[in-house]
Design a protein around this ligand. Structure first.
Ligand code: THU
Length: 132
């Protein structure tokens, strides 16, 4: 699948966000190595800190379906420019998708900017750091 198509899916997934408090809608589309796509959107809560981002709903959705190998995630937000993943999402994506994941940011004009996850979370903490 072309990343432009993945970007379109992320934009559509924005409409599934439950963002009553921030009114900031984010959509994500996570592509597996064998070509399946899992959507995500942010889901907020009146107890604000319980909010979960679009990227994490996408990856948890995929992992629950047994997926283990991922190629890319596209992320589209309501901002006038790109919406980069927050720090918590970078950490979770690193754990579950690996540092070679392509992170495709999408702006409202459908321009994309693609990074390797390892560029977005350098010198990270991971399971290797747990060895005593
Ligand atoms: N949000 C995401 O879903 N992904 C991001 O990468 C950044 C922020 C959500 C969380 C919250 O619901 C809203 O955007 C405002 O922060």
């Amino acid at each position: 699948m072309q990343y432009s198509e993945l970007a379109e899916i992320a934009v559509k997934a924005k409409s599934k966000a439950y963002a009553n408090y921030s009114d900031f809608h984010v959509g994500a589309a996570l592509l597996t190595k064998d070509g399946k796509v899992y959507e995500g959107a942010n889901i907020e809560n009146s107890s604000y800190s319980l909010t979960i981002c679009a990227e994490r709903t996408a990856v948890f959705n995929a992992v629950l379906q047994g997926e283990k190998e991922f190629k890319a995630i596209a992320v589209a937000g309501d901002s006038e420019s790109f919406t980069p993943p927050c720090g918590a999402c970078r950490q979770v994506l690193l754990e579950l998708c690996g540092e070679d994941l392509d992170v495709v940011l999408v702006d409202p004009q459908m321009n994309t900017k693609t990074f390797k996850l390892k560029e977005l979370i350098p010198f990270s903490f991971s399971k290797e750091n747990l060895s005593k």
